[in-house]
Ligand binder design. Structure first.
Ligand code: SF4
Length: 208
């Protein structure tokens, strides 16, 4: 399949993180970063998300306001990607970035490396708040979630998306939304209570 051309202005840079769930267990994969672009794909104006690797992010230090162009493949399995295009090549950053507000909320500067996200830990974030306030914040993340319902049948999965916040616990925009339930064997389900988020972020002060 040939890659398609795209270009536009970066309006969000967020970590691209995948979440695997199996009842009360969870682990994360870290494929890179997601760029939201306001621009065009194959000459058609649109807003879209592109997945890039961590090496590309380290090299170009993308942040809001940067103009960029490149080539990419459309995502093949949209259940396990929060972006629409990936396998990017030919990245080009032709002009200086325009000035944007960096201090948040929402924070729109250069995001930290993925190890920083891993070590900070996250709290669940209301999907509605993510869409209305947090989609341009470096601390927001919309993760594809792959659920193994029955560990005796590990090839069968359920899929969904969940939104999270890695940002300061004092952020005024933050709303957790309802607790999340993870389906398990024989109709059982596990509810991820507030204590999970408290434990994951207990090492951070309120403003960190
Ligand atoms: S709630 Fe989290 S993701 Fe949203 S603006 Fe605040 S720090 Fe950013």
């Amino acid at each position: 399949m040939e890659k398609i051309d795209w270009h536009g202005e970066v309006t969000s840079v967020q970590p691209r993180i995948r979440l695997n769930r199996s009842f009360d267990e969870r682990n994360h994969g870290y494929p890179g970063y997601s760029l939201r672009i306001e621009g065009a794909v194959s000459g058609n104006s649109q807003t879209f998300w592109v997945g890039i690797g961590k090496v590309a992010q380290e090299k170009y230090e993308f942040h809001c306001g940067v103009s960029v162009s490149g080539k990419a493949h459309p995502v093949q399995d949209s259940r396990i990607e929060s972006v629409e295009y990936y396998k990017v090549s030919g990245l080009s950053v032709p002009v200086l970035a325009k000035e944007v507000q960096i201090d948040g909320p929402p924070w729109q500067g250069i995001p930290p490396n993925l190890e920083v996200y891993r070590s900070r830990g996250h709290r669940r974030l209301s999907a509605r708040t993510y869409e209305s306030k947090c989609s341009s914040c470096i601390w927001g993340c919309k993760m594809p979630v792959i659920i193994t319902v029955d560990h005796w049948n590990p090839e069968q999965h359920q899929y969904r998306f969940e939104t999270f916040c890695y940002g300061p616990k004092s952020c005024g925009f933050y709303k957790p939304g309802p607790t999340r339930k993870v389906p398990g064997r024989k109709g059982m389900s596990w509810e991820e209570g507030d204590w999970v988020d408290e434990e994951a972020t207990a090492h951070r002060e309120s403003d960190e």
